[in-house]
Write a protein that binds this ligand. Structure first.
Ligand code: GLY
Ligand code: MN
Length: 457
């Protein structure tokens, strides 16, 4: 945890931004995987971690802005809890660690919220994303699920703080990135024909666990990289495969790393793999070069898409004017996702608060296929931490669908695309901090160029 002053300053800033009313923070509870006592790995809610730092289940908090009160609600462990799960600090000790002087039993929260409602105080809360949050809002505020409308002013205030990473946060994120880089270096060395995807996944996840970290999201380690979020690890690797890894570590404080690598199953890339891989590398390098305050991430995305179209035109997969192709969304046949996203306490930082607020500052986002998956489009500012992860994919089902619809037929050579249906996908990903005059990569370097990948094989 950071020092108590960090959490006190964060709360003071939030109080100032909200101005009046009561802010309710819903911590996360333990969650049964297949029955209550076989619980999923516990993860505290990220906004709760940001303002209250405490990684314990069963806590809620209230900031009463009008009364200038901060209260954590929770219960002491029973002797049975201690026997089975171990001792924890008392509620008072937990509160002291984060500069909170008032704690109360959970049973008292309903009374507090009812009194606030009677006084006419608005109760602000963030969008609930777990059933337990919804049940608490029903029980404590009497709000049926359909009427659980979160507070836009609270969302905006939280985003306005969490989007700008402090120096101590950047140190934590960089720790996550260094472990994440080691995971990718280990995977790059491990991939070989005739082993299973799960063997590579086990090696790279072991690197995170050995470093005392957890995973920041479910590992992608696959010969089917054309499936963007593929979590199946049961295939045997063949000599001709490209192997895509998208994986990251989470530090004990909850900060994430997120990187991707694409590795040939053979010792070197084939000529065809290398040709496409180098186009992806140009998309990646030029995007990184463009990062600076004052450019929108949507512009950097467009740049990456244009480089893709230029490259695919050279190899005969696309045709026509690259600017027109990008405007029409033709590139999305081969690049159906965005260029990157904010990263911090969540791997897709604050995605539960809504992409529009986090990534677009409340402005509308495109509905066009491909571009609509861009989670971040806003003007970049110093302190933002984001990923750069352009990709190139050959998705047989998408090729068939667009071909049948003659979609973007002025820009796509479908006959050539047919011959790439067995290619798979390529993605590389690094994490960057936006600095006052550009950007800085976070964490050690992972192999990016074909030569750097092959040097580890
Ligand atoms: N790491 C997975 C993603 O960014 O969607
Ligand atoms: Mn990512």
């Amino acid at each position: 945890m950071f020092s108590k002053e960090t959490y006190m300053q964060r709360r003071a800033m939030l109080k100032k931004a909200i101005g009046s009313g009561v802010v309710l923070f819903l911590g996360n509870d333990d969650m049964g995987l297949n029955y209550a006592d076989n619980a999923c790995h516990y993860r505290q809610d990220s906004t709760f971690l940001y303002f209250f730092g405490l990684p314990f289940a069963g806590l809620s908090a209230i900031i009463d802005v009008d009364e200038d009160e901060e209260i954590i609600f929770g219960d002491e462990l029973t002797i049975d809890d201690i026997i089975w799960m171990g001792k924890q600090p008392t509620l008072r000790e937990k509160c002291e660690r984060v500069g909170i002087t008032t704690s109360r039993p959970t049973a008292e929260i309903t009374k507090y919220l009812h009194a606030a409602a009677q006084k006419g105080q608005p109760v602000h809360y963030l969008p609930p994303y777990r059933p337990e949050h919804r049940i608490k809002l029903l029980e404590w505020l009497g709000l049926p699920f359909a009427r659980q409308e979160s507070s836009t002013s609270l969302i905006r205030a939280v985003v306005a703080q969490r989007n700008y990473k402090s120096e101590e946060e950047i140190i934590e994120i960089e720790k996550a990135c260094n472990v994440t880089a080691d995971m990718h270096i280990a995977a790059t060395k491990a991939v070989r024909p005739d082993i299973y995807e799960y063997e590579v996944a086990a090696i790279l996840e072991g690197v995170a666990f050995t470093a005392g970290c957890n995973l920041s999201f479910a590992t992608i380690a696959t010969i089917n990289g054309q499936t963007l979020h593929n979590h199946y690890h049961g295939n045997k690797i063949k000599q001709s495969d490209l192997f895509l890894v998208d994986a990251g570590a989470e530090t004990p404080m909850g900060y994430a790393g997120d990187m991707s690598s694409t590795i040939p199953a053979g010792k070197t890339f084939t000529a065809r793999q290398r040709e496409i891989y180098q186009i992806q590398n140009r998309m990646h390098r030029e995007s990184v070069k463009a990062l600076r305050p004052g450019i929108t991430f949507a512009e950097v995305y467009d740049l990456s898409a244009r480089i893709l179209v230029e490259g695919l035109t050279q190899v005969g997969l696309m045709k026509g004017n690259p600017e027109d192709a990008v405007r029409e969304g033709a590139h999305a046949m081969f690049y159906p996702h965005g260029l990157g996203h904010m990263m911090g306490l969540d791997v897709h930082d604050m995605e539960n608060l809504g992409e529009i607020w986090v990534g677009y500052d409340g402005k509308p986002k495109s509905a066009q296929f491909g571009r609509r998956s861009l989670r971040l489009g806003r003007m970049l500012e110093p302190g933002f931490v984001l990923t750069i992860e352009p990709g190139i994919y050959f998705i047989p089902e998408l090729i068939d669908k667009w071909k049948a619809e003659k979609k973007c037929a002025d820009f796509i050579n479908y006959d050539v695309a047919e011959t790439y249906k067995d290619f798979g996908g390529i993605r590389n990903e690094e994490d960057y901090l936006i600095t006052p005059d550009g950007s800085r990569r976070l964490g050690k370097k992972i192999p990016l160029t074909p030569e750097e990948v092959e040097a580890l094989r």
